[in-house]
Ligand binder design. Structure first.
Ligand SMILES: NC(=O)c1ccc[n+]([C@@H]2O[C@H](COP(=O)([O-])OP(=O)(O)OC[C@H]3O[C@@H](n4cnc5c(N)ncnc54)[C@H](OP(=O)(O)O)[C@@H]3O)[C@@H](O)[C@H]2O)c1
Length: 334
């Protein structure tokens, strides 16, 4: 048995393409004392990986070059163990990278219980993206019954959970997404009140039409013009949660700064969100969301491909905004 890794063929520039990545093989590593070897089952593709590759992310300021493997969180099964806390056969999530096997010391690793929720969910609505939404709705915005919450990239794992957690609290959820198909899924499958396609002409008017009284909270996954447009429907004294910058990850030089007159006129409260600040919320979040998945009150979509060789092209799809739900690579059987 060999390990297969996806590495860069060259430093990334702009929107990634499949040719920026290739698969290499390496011998399976043997766990040393205090280590265990994980066979990966699901690999999570996330927008932050684009910034991490460019050396523009909080996790690392060093750009990756040819032969380097990007970071990723993975879910897998312990194959061989010399760690008392992670026995062979246990399911774990950890930062295993774009590869089929990885060693772990237990750092930034958690046991996952497949009886509580499907394994893949631990990378999506029950994982880091879901915790991000929890941090936004519950901790930072403190969404209450009767409020209206607007969220961009509404079909993705963060956006879909922002809307659903807001609805669980008695708020109305309104989404923004990049196609009529995506919007239909946001309202039909995720049960948001409305979803507006920002790529259609007349986007601002359409947003105003579905939000005649405005939004109390805007959760921003995109930045740039989308953030500026959202101020057009934010209520006076509204809250903006700054979470993501999808419009600039591929090429920050093309991005335009926010006109600060917009938050001044709306007397807005703007809060930046970094999900790693909310690890202490994980137990309450996991209990609530796993229950919601089992009883059908929390729904999610996954955008899956099979096999490590498909990783690069699937990441490129995510960074072009073409994914429909949580971007995942399936690497092996559960
Ligand atoms: N602050 C934190 O701690 C934290 C933690 C996790 C995630 N995030 C951020 O949360 C956001 C959502 O993450 P996610 O995992 O749920 O991603 P996602 O929604 O599955 O994928 C990103 C989506 O962004 C939209 N998008 C808008 N403008 C885009 C553009 N110019 N280029 C490409 N895509 C564009 C696309 O959907 P449409 O077609 O609908 O526009 C795309 O599908 C990201 O910005 C991510 O970095 C932040």
């Amino acid at each position: 048995m060999q390990n297969q890794k996806v590495v860069l063929t060259r430093p990334l520039s702009g929107v990634p393409g499949a040719g920026d990545f290739c698969v290499v093989t390496a011998p399976l590593p043997e766990p040393g004392p205090g280590e265990f070897l994980v066979r990966h089952i699901y690999l999570s593709l996330d927008p932050y990986q684009r910034s991490a590759i460019a050396g523009r992310h909080m996790t690392g300021r060093q750009p990756l070059g040819a032969g380097d493997m990007p970071v990723a969180e993975t879910v897998g099964q312990v194959l061989r163990s010399r760690h008392p806390g992670y026995p062979e056969g246990a399911y774990v999530r950890h930062f295993g990278g774009w590869q089929t096997f990885a060693l772990s010391t237990g750092e930034r690793t958690g046991l996952v219980d497949p009886a509580l929720a499907p394994l893949s969910a631990w990378l999506g609505v029950l994982g880091m993206p879901g915790l991000t939404a929890w941090a936004s709705v519950v901790e930072l915005a403190g969404v209450r019954a009767g409020q209206t919450v607007l969220v961009s990239a509404a079909l993705g794992p963060v956006g879909s959970m922002v809307g659903q957690l807001a609805m669980q609290r008695g708020a109305v959820a309104v989404g923004i997404a990049g196609s009529d198909d995506k919007c239909a899924l946001v309202t039909r499958e995720l049960r948001f009140r409305h979803c507006v396609n920002y790529k259609r002409p007349g986007f601002l008017e359409a947003l105003q039409a579905v939000l005649p009284d405005g939004a109390d909270v805007y959760h921003d996954n995109v930045g740039g013009q989308m953030l500026a447009d959202a101020f057009g429907v934010l209520k006076v004294n509204g809250t903006v949660i700054l979470c993501g910058l999808m419009e600039r990850y591929n090429d920050p030089a093309k991005s335009k700064g926010l006109d600060l007159a917009l938050p001044i006129v709306k007397r807005a409260v703007m809060k930046g969100l970094v999900v790693t600040d909310f690890e202490h919320c994980r137990p309450a979040f996991e209990t609530a969301v796993a229950t919601g998945i089992r009883d059908g009150t929390i729904r999610y979509l996954e955008d899956r491909v099979e096999g490590i060789a498909a990783t690069g092209a699937h990441f490129a799809r995510l960074m072009r905004g073409e994914n429909r739900g949580k971007a995942l690579v399936v690497l092996g059987p559960s």
